[in-house]
Design a protein around this ligand. Structure first.
Ligand code: GTP
Ligand code: MG
Length: 138
């Protein structure tokens, strides 16, 4: 069994999609190990998005992630890292498949690609690292 870090980004909270997204996670069969409404900090995001530092979208992404509260979640389940990313759909909501969180709930009219509702760890290494950042006591 695997743990993964999921963030429901500030757009998900602003648009009242938290319940809908958590419903999809639970329907898929994953267990909630931790779930907290949080406001990120620049320090937390610098660690979380270290791999993107220096890219052109880095600062807009960080500013967006600081724009309101988000929901930080740790999920547990068989192959939950791959499974959640499959639930989420591709990064850009415009091309994300119908049936996925981003494909069904994402908006593209005039919004930048960073407003794509969710984050999910992309490997076991990332999951361990990101869970340590957001939930150091787990
Ligand atoms: P996450 O689950 O959020 O990590 O998404 P991902 O793994 O599909 O994407 P990636 O890790 O490559 O990028 C992290 C986040 O940066 C994405 O979710 C987007 O919010 C944002 N992002 C990635 N690429 C771009 C880009 O080309 N332009 C903009 N504006 N944002 C981007
Ligand atoms: Mg990523």
């Amino acid at each position: 069994t695997q743990r993964t870090l999921v963030l429901l980004k500030p757009d998900a909270v602003r648009r009242s999609q938290v319940g809908e997204i958590v419903r999809r996670i639970e329907a898929k069969g994953y267990a909630l190990v931790a779930l907290e409404l949080r406001t990120a900090t620049p320090e937390l995001l610098a660690e979380h998005y270290a791999e993107h530092e220096g890219k052109p979208f880095y600062q807009p992404l960080v500013d967006f992630m600081l724009s309101g509260p988000l929901v930080a979640i740790v999920l547990e389940g068989e192959r939950s890292i791959e499974g959640f990313r499959s639930l989420a759909g591709t990064t850009d909501p415009t091309g994300a498949a119908p049936g996925t969180i981003r494909g069904d709930l994402g908006r593209d009219w005039g919004l930048a690609v960073q407003q794509n509702l969710v984050h999910g760890s992309d490997s076991e290494e990332s999951a361990a690292r990101e869970i340590g950042i957001w939930f150091p006591n787990l």
